[in-house]
Each structure stands twice: as C-alpha cells, then as structure tokens.
Write a protein that binds this ligand. Structure first.
Ligand code: XMP
Length: 320
C-alpha cells in the first residue's frame, strides 16, 4: 500500500531526527497498538529501543510466552519482562468492587513500569502506542471534570514529559484501521493485527468477585477453550470480541454417580462496529454446545456454562 509505505518512511526519518543517539523506553501490552509502535521504532532506531512488559498474572493463557517469543526471537527487539503476578494478587486480595479493582491495577501497573524504568537507568524518551481516539478522549471538552475518561497514557508524569518534548507517539494521528494497515506495511503477522480487543485490567474484571490465583486459573482455561473453538469454527473473525466470565455462583450438577456443586462460566460474545453499541453474537447452537461441553469436561471446578444474550446498551460488553 503506497500511502502506508510512504507514512513508514516519513515516520522513520522523523523518529531518527528526534531521537538521534539517545535511548527510548516503551511500555508494551502486547496488543496491536503497542506492537506496531515497537516495530516501527525498532525499524527506526534498533537497539536504542527497550520495551518493558509487565506480567500482571491477569493475562490470557500463553500470552506472556507469546510476547516473549515474538519480540525476542521474531522481531529481535530488546524486551524486559516484569513478573509482577504476586504483587498484583496481593494488591487485589479481597477486592470485589469493579472500580476499585481497576484503580488498583492501573496504579500498580504504572508503579511496576516506573520501577523497571529506574532500574534500567536513564532513558531520554518515553514511547507510547497512543491512538488519535485516545488523544481525543483524554482531552477535556468543558474543563477537567468533563473529561470522557482519564487515560493512563496521560497521567501527570507523562504530561510533564510531553511538555518537555520527551514523549514519542508515532500513532497519535491514526485510527485503529490505519494502525492495522501500518502493521501490515511493517510486516507484522495479520492474525496479530486483527485480534479482538482485550481490556487493560485483564481477566480481573471478568471475575465477579475478589481475584484469586485459583479463579484466574479456572477462567484462563475456560477462555482458552472458547477461543480455540471460535478459531476452529471460523467464528473468531465474525465477532467483535469474546470473553469468558467467572461467576461466583455455585450450582448443582452430576458427574458419573456423584453430585457436584461448582462454579458457573458465562460466555460473552458480541458483534459491534466500534464497541460503543453491541449485540450478542448469534452463534450457532452447535458451536455453543462444543464450547460448553469442552469447558465442563476439561476445566476443573466448572459444571455449568451459560450464554449472555444482552445487548449494549443497556448492558456493557464487560461485566465489570
Ligand atoms: P464496555 O464494557 O464498556 O467495553 O462495553 C467497551 C470496550 O472497551 C473495553 N474495555 C477496556 N479496555 N481498559 C481497556 O483497555 C479498560 O479498563 C476497559 N474496560 C473496557 C472492552 O473490552 C470493550 O472492548
């Protein structure tokens, strides 16, 4: 695509002119935006870039290993992985209120990133995968109290660095579909670029009670089975987003000759244009049946699966 290869060339020379011989630190989530940002920066400045990935312990199955392989082996980008699982679990212990969970995770995430940055020594620049929509949503229309959502890419320390010209946000003029096309121009794997959205707070906001290692493990397995079956059946690309939800409810079941009394997993699959409104995905019964029977048979502690048939509004996509 001519426009995108032109854009890549321009951005690369812009980044080189700005960074010169100095060092850049990038917070990596492993999602589309931060991956494209990392690849673009690496093409521009090579080893002057270091990425930091915070493993919260709230990621999907295999995610941290996939990020490690992709960055270190495939891209050859310097990557620091912070194993922060135990600190996240400790900070979230006993917390079941959704907003409180989000605040704790957001703050700890930044603390972990900052601690690693300090350990790595001075980096002159901070890079972020901020998109045009992120910039708009964090700019207040009618004063600070009217901000649509406070974006973690715009916390005070970052704002100060922006003022000082020390933040690089090469995607800040782009929309998501343009970022995906940019990713293709940078030779990033198509499957990665067209992944579903996944919320920053991770599996924590899909567990409708206090997070424990045990319920995260249960949800992670159920989620992986659901994704596997969606990919096999060709439904992955047809839905906007899919997530399993851990319900802190137990119901009675039967396994062989024995009574069971175990947890319930809800499946939340939606179709949507932009995430603002959504309909539940009209999945064929056969696909639903396969997902349900596999989860019940393969995941310990789950004996029932239900399907969420709410639309947004009034229900949201995530349950918390
Ligand atoms: P809701 O639940 O508000 O979600 O209908 C709309 C979209 O936003 C995602 N989402 C988040 N993404 N951090 C994120 O990065 C968050 O805290 C967060 N909460 C919701 C959600 O997955 C859906 O795609």
């Amino acid at each position: 695509n001519w426009t995108m290869s032109r854009f890549v060339e321009e951005k690369i020379s812009e980044i080189r002119a700005q960074v010169k011989g100095e060092r850049v630190l990038l917070g990596l989530s492993g999602g589309v935006d931060s991956t494209v940002t990392a690849k673009l920066l690496h093409d521009a400045i090579g080893d002057q870039l270091t990425c930091v990935y915070v493993d919260t312990g709230l990621m999907r199955k295999g995610e941290t290993d996939a990020v490690r392989t992709r960055f270190k082996k495939e891209f050859g980008i310097k990557l620091e992985i912070v194993d922060a699982e135990s600190r996240f679990m400790a900070a979230l212990a006993g917390v079941d209120e959704p907003e409180q969970k989000r605040k704790i995770i957001g703050k700890l995430f930044l603390d972990e990133f900052a601690a690693k940055a300090k350990e790595l020594g001075h980096h002159e620049f901070l890079a972020q995968g901020t998109l045009y929509t992120d910039v708009i949503e964090s700019v207040s229309v009618k004063g600070p109290s009217q901000t649509i959502k406070s974006h973690h890419n715009r916390v005070q320390g970052v704002l100060d660095m922006i003022k000082a010209g020390r933040v690089i946000e090469p995607l800040s003029e782009l929309f998501k579909d343009e970022v995906r096309r940019l990713g293709l121009a940078l030779k990033i794997n198509r499957n990665l670029l067209y992944r579903h959205p996944f919320p920053g707070p991770g599996l924590a906001i899909r567990i409708l009670t206090a997070v424990t290692r045990e319920n995260v493990a249960t949800l992670r397995e159920a989620d992986a089975i659901m994704l596997d079956e969606l990919k096999t059946s060709g439904w992955y690309e047809k839905v906007w987003q899919a997530g399993a939800i851990f319900l802190p409810v137990r119901s009675v079941g039967v396994m062989g000759d024995n009574r069971t009394y175990e947890n319930v997993i809800a499946l939340r699959l939606v179709t949507s244009e932009d995430g603002m409104t959504a309909d539940f995905a009209h999945l064929p019964y056969e696909v639903l049946a396969k997902i349900a029977s596999r989860i019940i048979n393969e995941v310990r502690g789950v004996n029932r699966v239900v399907y969420d048939i709410s639309s947004k509004p009034p229900a949201t996509i995530e349950w918390e």
